[in-house]
Design a protein around this ligand. Structure first.
Ligand SMILES: [Zn+2]
Length: 225
């Protein structure tokens, strides 16, 4: 059963056809609210010239087409810190996520790599970015922040000395890996409004979920689990 609430009537006619086709193909349904802050936030970000374009941060064709999924001005982020830290594979993200991921890598992950391993961070394994799907892939749930290109899933980190730590093995792994991942987890909550770790539930046993959703009536509540 489709229970889509459209952002505006202009989405009403065409998307129903497209989404019903998805349903025939077995794709799970989702519920989407009317949330004007998303467009406002993206427009403000674009107008602020906060994005530093480079071979590693490039514009991408609009995502989502006529459905509520996607974003008008997406970016493909292939690396942070001007190419020093590769995102593998490259992530598709909306404008506000780009500077936050940059700050998070520079101020949290890279210092934690140096502190715990005496080594530079060179690569992050990206388990997900844009994906038009319900939360936790549960049919009938709210549209995930991934559906708005407003979320990033990170499953592992590689250092310049060759050491690789994954959430799957490292979260309960060696003392060194545990300490690094917990520092990254704690620091992530300064930069993202939602941070979900293996502490949260089974679905997050192998990655950090980071997003910029608005929580609570004032939109200022943060979720750090
Ligand atoms: Zn996620």
């Amino acid at each position: 059963m489709w229970r889509i609430e459209w952002r505006s009537v202009k989405f009403l006619a065409v998307p129903c056809v497209a989404l019903l086709l998805w349903g025939c193909g077995g794709a799970p349904s989702f519920v989407a609210k009317n949330e004007p802050w998303r467009n406002d936030e993206e427009s403000a970000c674009m107008a602020s010239n906060t994005i530093r374009y480079s071979p590693f941060i490039r514009t991408h064709a609009a995502l989502g087409g006529p459905s509520v999924c996607g974003t008008a001005k997406p970016f493909e982020m292939a690396a942070a810190m001007n190419g020093r830290v590769v995102l593998k594979p490259a992530a598709l993200l909306r404008c506000p996520m780009i500077p936050q991921v940059e700050r998070w890598v520079k101020q949290v992950v890279e210092p934690a790599a140096r502190y715990h391993y005496g080594s530079m961070l060179v690569e992050m394994s990206i388990a997900g970015s844009y994906n038009c799907r319900p939360m936790n892939h549960v049919s009938g749930a709210r549209l995930s922040e991934h559906g708005y290109a407003n979320a990033l899933d990170v499953s592992g980190f590689t250092m310049s000395n060759g050491h690789r730590v994954t959430l799957k093995r490292g979260w309960n792994g060696s003392a060194q890996d545990q300490a690094f991942l917990r520092d990254v987890h704690q620091g992530s909550c300064r930069f993202f409004t939602t941070v979900l770790s293996p502490n949260y539930d089974r679905a997050h046993h192998d990655h950090f979920h980071l997003d910029l959703a608005r929580h609570g009536s004032g939109g200022l509540k943060r979720i750090c689990k």
